[in-house]
Design a protein around this ligand. Sequence first.
Ligand SMILES: Cc1cc2nc3c(=O)[nH]c(=O)nc-3n(C[C@H](O)[C@H](O)[C@H](O)COP(=O)(O)O)c2cc1C
Length: 352
Amino acid sequence: MMTKMNLVDVRNEARKKLMGICGVYKDCDGSPMRICQGQSYGKPLKFGGIGSGTSFHNNFLAFRKYNLKMKVIGDHFEPDTSYDFFGKKLSLPVMAASVAGVNSFGGESLISEKEFCRSVVLGSKAAGTVGWRGDSYNYSLENAFGIDAIAEANGWGVKIVKPRDQESIMKFFKKAEQIGCIAVGTDVDGCESFAMSAHNIPVFRKNLDDLKELITSTKLPVIIKGIMFVEDAELAYQAGAAAIVVSNHGGRVLDHTPGSLDALPGIASKMKGKIKILLDGGIRTGYDVIKALALGAEAVLIGRDIVRAAVGAGIEGVRIHMEYLQKTLAKAMKMTNCKDLSEVKSGILVKT
Ligand SMILES: Cc1cc2nc3c(=O)[nH]c(=O)nc-3n(C[C@H](O)[C@H](O)[C@H](O)COP(=O)(O)O)c2cc1C
């Protein structure tokens, strides 16, 4: 009889398959020693961070600036990690990030784009959460791998479109609306997308009017991803966005940015309560998740670890990975005396 896989099996499998692309290290920290790193001097981006990898590395370092205050005397409870995302009850405030383009990180012989998207969307759904899907140079309305996977999951997903020309984005939004997606959005920091520019697909900076046009073109909630500056957060809010993702794109669009967690407190102090604030970049465990929530994010997204889970064991790999995140978050909440997400506050953190 086959024994059930666990997360170690999934990651061991991913390590074998991703040889030469990703070491599936204990710490995915974007340090210059990692095999994914060192894009300088013309090396392709693949799975690493842009340029020297400083932005990718800063995402990791930002989480090491905080530790958790243990508070363990009091009545017993089992933490409730459930989270409401646009009216859908999720088992945890963690979703799969909008990663696309297996051929841009060198994974095309390991998993097809179609199977990758299915693994992320259906695996996240099986764990009670949501898979977001991204966009790449080989996506079109006819080859809409992400939207197709979300359609298979009866609309249970989020579609993020690169900042292409306005008309193309609105067509993707319309298609996402037709299949009943939960929300759509655009990664405004993708105006410097390595994959798009390497294949001559134009992407653009977006101004307030552009964002308003996109947001009013659809009935769905619109998410603006790639916010690192409070002024940008304010503009997304003014345009009518339903949510922002504080993100430096996993350190893949501009060298030498702070970590996304570094940018969060400033943005949260001005925007919390006005707009939904999400965050990604460098989150590997539930202990990282609770730090992001304590500093003002409502929920977070996981990029590279979900790629490793999908390559390692497809739908099942993603489900197992999400369940690991739920368990470690629940443990962090119990040990810091947080019964539910509303009790996760900055007071549970110690700055190192
Ligand atoms: C290989 C790869 C491809 C990505 N493609 C997209 C994309 O198509 N759209 C997007 O919004 N973000 C994309 N991202 C960024 C992720 O959505 C996310 O912001 C980032 O991976 C989070 O950091 P983490 O990998 O440390 O979790 C990509 C990231 C990676 C590693």
